[in-house]
Design a binder for this molecule. Sequence first.
Ligand code: ADP
Length: 497
Amino acid sequence: MKKYVIAMDQGTTSSRCILFDRQGNICSVAQKEFPQLYPQPGWVEHDPMEIWSTQMGVTMEAMQKVDARAGEIAAIGITNQRETTVVWDGATGEPVYNAIVWQCRRTADRIDRLRQDGWWEAIRRRTGLIPDAYFSASKIAWLLDHVPGARARAERGELKFGTVDSWLIWNLTEGRVHATDRTNASRTMLYDIHKLCWDREILDYFRIPASMLPQVYPSSHIYGATGRFGGSIPIAAAAGDQQAALFGQCGFEPGDVKSTYGTGGFLLMNTGGQAVRSTKGLLTTIAASAGQPVSYALEGSVFVAGAAIQWLRDELRMLRSAPQSEGFCTAVEDTRGVYVVPAFAGMGAPYWEPYARGTIVGLTRGVTKEHLVRAVVESLAYQTNDLLLAMKEESGLPIASLKVDGGASANSFLMQFQSDLSDIRIDRPRCIETTALGAAYLAGLAVGYWQDLEEIRANWGRERAFTPSIPADIRERLVRGWNRAVRCALAWAREED
Ligand code: ADP
């Protein structure tokens, strides 16, 4: 009798494992942080062996907590930090270098060169991405250029590349399977999301031998089996974290959107079989799906979301804890005309102004700490609204509701304000571990633990809904004020001399 599905949730700062039952309940959790390595300013690395050993450790721990045996596990689903790049020796399994983490900026100049070389448009069109050092392509090229002997070994077919899902699958199967899924492949900047294959010309441009690349499969697929936990367990899913979260939120239909309010913010909209090309700086990417036909998604990110609340807490010392912000917000009626644009690291979609900086406008003598805190919390909603509007416009799809998750989605003031501002119903689910849940669902579907999407939908439970409660004229006035504040942040960037 299969009791559980295991989700391996390999994140940027920690490895986690959750055991879910058929109702999607969390039965056991274990989590372990691992070191972040900063060898130079702007560089970020992880030790791939730490990624592997912590993921193994937490999986054993989570199984032990409920005394689960391998025979009781229906399947393992993997979800992972995206884009992070590992290159290892196919014979020994030894990494040739540390994992280069998605945040790492070491290859920014390579991307500048790509633009000069006239590759920008072709890469944008074929991969759906805006060329950037975040994605794996320039990281692999860097490893081949800088690790002594790596290029020759790669050309002899001795080296393997993988995102973290591939690295885990390789180790779980003791080197028998070198594979990835389409959602992870679509973040490498080497994968043609329309033709569903590695792009030979982009590989040639980056001088990456095709023999290094994993086989690409749908997210919900039996990749192999692992004998690492005392018996054979199928590895039946892999998906990048944001795509797994959209699936975990039951975002199966075109027009379904999820919004994550974490340190940063991530919006993903399912666009079905249509790969929508954005002109507002959204990314086009592959969504996790259970069937064969591919589904696409539009993705937008907010660089500074919960991080702005951390700033209030840690730098301005206005809060003792992030949840305390809610009480300040509801203690006042509005922000007294104050807007905060937390463009600490420039502005992303739909503005794309890397030199914009944080801006506070509308200060008057009566403005208190409460007003300022509220303006910061509201800024999370305004930024999300900008992305939602862009998605709605570009996809042409109606958005029925917004499904939310992430730490700051616990802030009910913020959720109500988002609903008012975007004139949309917000559904906050009971299970906010949507990333792990999505990986579990994808794996369970592949092995028949769950029969179909209907069975999974039946598991989805709403903890609370928020519905719009303000008239259109007030909404318009709020948005006008925000747009004006954004223009101030942009003007600051442009007038630099
Ligand atoms: P991540 O996965 O990116 O580390 P989490 O989803 O754990 O982030 O969310 C943590 C973020 O949410 C922090 O930036 C924190 O400031 C913010 N946060 C947590 N609780 C609240 C709250 N009640 N109100 C506002 N922000 C919150």
